[in-house]
Design a protein around this ligand. Structure first.
Ligand code: G
Ligand code: G
Ligand code: MN
Ligand code: NA
Length: 253
């Protein structure tokens, strides 16, 4: 409850900041960024999302926070575009409660319109578990989002339970392989076998695959050999404030 009260104030006072983590292609070029929220707490410093997103979910405050995140991310993406930087995607996480909020589609379409961002540049990440919870609803929402031009990513792929039947029905563009399957490339005897299987499946179903949490050269080489489309992880860059991304994009001009 204390956390909830604090969060309420934090939202009012906009104590949040977005960091952005690059997603690179096969050649190491930045093709997109994932927006990751942090709480700049006046007394406790920078608080990572794992420590407040659950409370925001439970209290329902995630709806307001999520709107701020979406708005801020879309505006930032538009600004990079207006500044003549290389075109990139902006990926934004949607939590379970956000995905099921009544006015979700309205909020998203309004935010896109107000920011002036090309909807093709926006990727919404939902977890596989959220998607499977009510597959009929999910299919409908995703279809509407796709008709607006927005792209959809299934986040943390492989750790939930995906019905392959629904995977085929969902109008999804990207699968993000959960980082546990990337980390085991180095640590397990049969490491990488799940990453390999997901890549095979995804190629057949014509999804773009993003590997999350790539940290080592061994993981990178393994993924390159399997022609993984995109990668994200500390080996390339940690999540950075917007100015850090601007610098990286400038070097690509
Ligand atoms: O930034 P970090 O790597 O600590 O993120 C941890 C978790 O918090 C991830 O699972 C991520 O999806 C989630 N997260 C980060 N930013 C947001 C956000 O803006 N909205 C939601 N719903 N989740 C977020
Ligand atoms: O939305 P998602 O659950 O995918 O959130 C991404 C999370 O993964 C963020 O908390 C981000 O800081 C974290 N992350 C990104 N790259 C790496 C990495 O290379 N290693 C580890 N351990 N975590 C990472
Ligand atoms: Mn994510
Ligand atoms: Na993830």
């Amino acid at each position: 409850v204390e956390m909830e009260a604090e969060l309420r104030i934090a939202i009012e006072e906009e104590q949040f900041i977005l960091y952005y983590q690059p997603q690179v292609d096969f050649n190491g070029c930045i093709v997109g960024v994932e927006a990751l929220v942090r709480w700049q707490h006046p007394g406790r410093g920078m608080i990572p999302p794992m420590e407040f997103i659950p409370a925001a979910e439970e209290s329902g405050l995630i709806t307001k926070l999520g709107e701020w995140v979406l708005q801020t991310a879309c505006r930032q993406a538009k600004k990079w575009q207006d500044d003549g930087l290389p075109p990139i995607y902006m990926a934004v996480n949607l939590s379970a409660r956000q995905f099921h909020q009544q006015n979700l589609l309205q909020v998203i379409s309004q935010t896109i319109e107000q920011s002036g961002l090309d909807p093709q540049r926006l990727i919404l990440e939902i977890t596989e578990t959220v998607a499977m919870k009510s597959a009929e609803y999910t299919t409908q929402v995703l279809q509407t989002l796709r008709s607006m031009g927005v792209q959809i990513a299934l986040d943390d792929f492989g750790i939930g339970y995906s019905s392959l039947l629904y995977l085929k029905k969902f109008p999804v563009n990207l699968l993000k392989i959960d980082r546990s399957f990337i980390q085991d490339i180095d640590t397990e005897p049969e490491g990488g076998s799940i990453a390999r299987a997901i890549l095979g499946l995804a190629k057949n179903l014509q999804y773009t695959v993003v590997a999350e949490g790539v940290e080592t050269v061994e993981q990178l080489n393994f993924l390159k050999k399997l022609q993984c489309d995109q990668m994200q992880g500390y080996i390339f860059s940690k999540p950075l404030p917007s100015a850090g991304i601007t610098e990286l994009l400038l070097t690509m001009l």
